[in-house]
Ligand binder design. Structure first.
Ligand code: NDP
Length: 338
């Protein structure tokens, strides 16, 4: 059986997460029992939600136990099978964690899905045609409910979720404006992701300055906002909301290290009769099929061209993850394991 290198959560962060919170170990993969398959991971997905799991405090999901393999989505190929539905060579998507191999009980519902790579590259099942893409779809379609001609804004615009959001909102005839960190990300957002405009929030010191830039980019105001960041960015958007605007509260990454994220003007929610709804994509498995179909089609048609930042080798995962929390990733952050 092959040796498996794993990344464990060794200790919990105090404030900002650091590389020493993790530990890399090597173990032997165990022999399979009936119903199990051995998957060799090709890619590991790194996602902001993992930061929350590193804390002990109670959240919508259980915290990551110390001394265990970090949780994470993976794509790979079956290299051994004791399950009739899976053959050696099958390409699969699962939650294999931060390790090179996983032993999966394939009888467990949802533990593994086969991936069709005819039109969609395998790694995209961790991004645009996977959990982040479905997240964008749910927030846009089920919470914002966009109408043709409306103006949509999304923060962390060039990331895994943001880039899918842009393609989905453009497909519905909306004006789509992104907010991202740095001129390179903003230029790419307009040139490659189909944004009508993109604002570099780092150029703006406060919410009034950012709000002024939003006024220029959104001359008819903002009807739908997909929030990934929180803090000053959200405050600036709130100043430009139209009456009856809708906000899909997806993430607040600016506060994931425990910083309090105050809201400057909550009265604007009332004044503009704003609908604001938080959501967790894993609680909406019912939309998965419909969302994946649309996302896969957009990729196949070249209307969703997501970018990936790929680090090499399992031992690179901690640094790549810490970079994601600081915006060093450009598009979907992955770790290549083969
Ligand atoms: P991204 O690929 O967008 O990567 C994270 C990005 O967040 C960075 O590239 C950076 O972009 C931005 N960022 C990081 N730190 C800060 C900061 N302090 N201030 C402003 N921006 C920051 O990640 P995803 O697309 O995977 O996730 C986007 C959001 O969606 C996250 O908040 C995540 O938690 C949330 N999410 C929620 C889900 C749900 O079910 N509710 C499911 C999946 C994701 P930039 O350089 O442009 O600032």
């Amino acid at each position: 059986m092959p040796t498996n290198r794993q990344v464990l959560l060794d200790n919990r962060p105090e404030g900002e997460a650091v590389a020493s919170n993790f530990k890399v170990v090597s173990v032997d993969t165990p022999a399979l029992t009936e119903g199990q398959v051995l998957v060799r991971h090709h890619y590991l997905s790194l996602d902001p939600y993992m930061r929350g799991r590193m804390n002990e405090s109670k959240s919508y999901a259980a915290s990551q136990p110390l001394g265990e393999v970090m949780i994470g989505g993976t794509v790979g190929e079956v290299v051994e099978s004791q399950h009739p539905k899976y053959q050696v060579g099958d390409q699969v998507v699962g939650m294999g964690g931060w390790q090179e191999y996983s032993v999966v009980n394939a009888n467990e519902p949802g533990a593994l899905r086969k991936a069709d790579t005819t039109h969609v590259p395998l790694s995209y099942y961790l991004g645009a045609v996977g959990m982040p893409g479905v997240t964008a779809w749910y927030g846009l379609v089920k919470i914002i409910e966009p109408k043709e001609g409306e103006t949509m804004v999304v923060s962390a615009a060039t990331g895994a979720v943001g880039s899918a959001f842009a393609a989905l909102a453009k497909a519905r005839g909306c004006r789509v404006v992104g907010i991202a960190g740095g001129p390179e990300k903003c230029a790419y957002a307009v040139a490659e992701l189909g944004y009508d405009a993109c604002i570099d929030y780092r150029e703006h010191k406060d919410m009034y300055s950012l709000s002024k830039a939003l006024k220029e980019a959104c001359p008819k105001g903002i009807d739908g906002y997909f929030e990934n960041v929180g803090g000053m960015i959200m405050d600036a958007v709130m100043l430009r909301m139209n009456a009856f605007a809708r906000v899909a509260l997806c993430g607040m990454i600016a506060g994931y290290n425990g910083e309090p994220l105050a809201m400057a003007n909550p009265a604007l929610l009332l004044i503009n009769r704003v609908k604001l709804e938080g959501f967790i994509v894993s609680e909406h498995m019912e939309v998965w099929g419909e969302a994946m179909k649309e996302l896969g089609t957009l990729v196949a048609m070249g209307k969703l061209k997501p970018r990936e930042t790929v680090s090499q080798g399992i031992e690179s995962a901690p640094e790549a993850f810490l970079g994601l929390l600081k915006g060093k990733n450009f598009g979907k952050q992955l770790v290549k394991l083969i």
